[in-house]
Design a binder for this molecule. Structure first.
Ligand code: ARG
Length: 459
């Protein structure tokens, strides 16, 4: 038969494939709570404005509660005939309260309805991401505090460069995540305006109160243009860009965990809970979760790209392409939630092999810069000359297969007569990190100060 919503104009029902391509209920059923909340705010406003009688408003509102209770208990049926969550809910409402259900859709379109539902959903997704990131940052701070003075090799080009502390390294991720938090918070503040009352595209002739529904739904006020209200999805794109940037940060840490858990590095042992074995190789402890965090970042980026490409060519106002806005946002949300939770668990439970880190920091001539700096500071050499002298000392140490601070003073003096015994005071990895006291540097006291600042203990 023809459609129960718009059947008046149609003699025949849709082709089976038309029905299938058109239906969004398989995924937009995730909006059911937002759809009920939006409808309750809308009908209360219709009552206050005298557009629907108080009695009918009471019936519809109670009926929406009945439908919500049904969804909560049984889930939302994937009835393709009812196309989307909006038509599904209206049909269930009619089952519950009869023809008066038909008054709910006065002064409203599915276009402003879905824009409202989706904003509410994305807003909630942002709040969930912020809560999860706060937990991740707490884990980073705890491990950073524990390892504020644990020396490890710092790398450039993945070559041993200068010693840093593990605490400093973890606090670098804390700083990245703080910016991600800022991006989510900015997106939330910008998107928190209500499109409800934009109707199909042009607004409505009914005397609606858009400020009232906006406040009821926790928005800061109504959006100012009805065409914009129903047709932009920039809020979802901003959410996806923030999610993508966050996942890129998580992916870099995940990559480091993969590298650090490998036998040649041996910097970290993942706990049993965060390792997997092999079906054939009994010795294996694989960092699958870290690898999947790295992999998920690519998928989240794909979600962002998908929605951007969907939107780039659409004329105003609504086109059905926009129904495809939801799957990438839902997918990105699910992948990000798993990624944050997994990285938090790995950071919390990892055993850092500080002996191994220190050993590698000591073996890579990582304090060569300290020797060069000492020659500048104590012997007055220009840095370029100090660099050259130090290079000869490194070459000699390399030939003898010893660390820099194991070269006898006579050999150092033979390279440059201005070197004296005091130089040994700067050649250890501990002296090196302790000397990096510039703001933002790796000195353990700086790291501890950064941790206190991050916890809001100092201004
Ligand atoms: N299911 C639709 C979506 O998600 C709701 C809006 C439908 N509006 C329309 N004019 N067909 O975009």
């Amino acid at each position: 038969g023809s459609n129960s919503m718009w059947g008046g104009r149609f003699a025949e029902g849709p082709a089976a494939v038309m029905r299938e391509i058109n239906a969004s209920i398989p995924f937009d059923k995730r909006l059911w709570q937002q759809d009920i909340a939006g409808s309750k705010a809308h009908v209360a406003m219709l009552g206050k404005q005298g557009i629907v009688s108080a009695e009918d408003v009471a019936t519809i509102s109670a009926g929406l509660d009945t439908v919500a209770a049904h969804y909560a208990e049984h889930g939302v049926a994937e009835d393709l005939v009812l196309e989307d969550i909006h038509m599904q809910t209206e049909a269930r409402l009619a089952d519950a309260i009869g023809p008066v259900a038909g008054r709910l859709h006065t002064a409203r379109s599915r276009n402003d309805q879905v824009a409202t539902d989706f904003r509410l959903w994305v807003r909630d997704a942002i709040d969930q991401a912020l809560a999860a990131l706060a937990g991740f940052q707490t884990a980073l701070l705890a491990r950073a505090e524990e390892h504020a003075a644990s020396v490890m090799p710092g790398f450039t080009h993945l070559q041993s460069a200068q010693p840093v502390t593990l605490g400093h390294h973890l606090m670098a991720y804390h700083a990245m995540i703080s910016r991600d938090v800022g991006r989510f918070a900015d997106a939330r503040a910008r998107m928190n305006r209500s499109p409800l009352g934009s109707a199909a595209l042009a607004g409505t002739g009914f005397p609606i109160d858009r400020a009232m529904t906006a406040v009821a739904l926790g928005f800061d006020g109504p959006m100012t243009n009805s065409l914009d209200g129903v047709s932009d999805r920039d809020f979802a794109i901003e959410y996806l860009t923030a999610a993508t940037q966050t996942s890129l940060h998580l992916s870099r840490l995940a990559e480091e965990f993969v590298l650090w858990a490998s036998q040649p590095f041996g910097f970290v042992a993942l706990s049993d809970q965060w390792s997997t074995g092999s079906s054939i190789m009994p010795q294996k402890r694989n960092p699958d979760a870290a690898e999947l965090v790295r992999g998920h970042a690519g998928r989240i980026l794909g979600c962002m790209t998908a929605l951007m490409v969907t939107m780039k060519g659409l004329p105003l106002a609504y086109s059905k392409d926009m129904q495809d806005d939801k799957p990438p946002v839902f997918e990105a949300h699910d992948l990000l939630a798993l990624s944050i939770a997994a990285m938090t668990g790995m950071v919390e439970s990892a055993t850092f092999r500080t002996d191994r880190m220190r050993g590698l920091a000591e073996s890579g001539f990582a304090t060569a810069t300290d020797l060069a700096d000492w020659l500048v500071r104590e012997a007055g050499l220009p840095f370029r000359e100090a660099h050259h002298v130090t290079g000869r000392a490194v070459k000699l140490a390399e030939e003898r297969k010893v660390a820099l601070d194991a070269l006898p003073i006579d050999d150092l003096k033979a390279i440059d007569a201005r070197i004296d015994e005091r130089v040994y005071g700067v050649l250890s990895v501990d002296a090196s990190v302790a000397s990096r006291t510039s703001f933002g540097g790796t000195a353990p006291d700086n790291v501890r100060a950064a941790i206190r600042a991050a916890r809001g203990e100092v201004a």
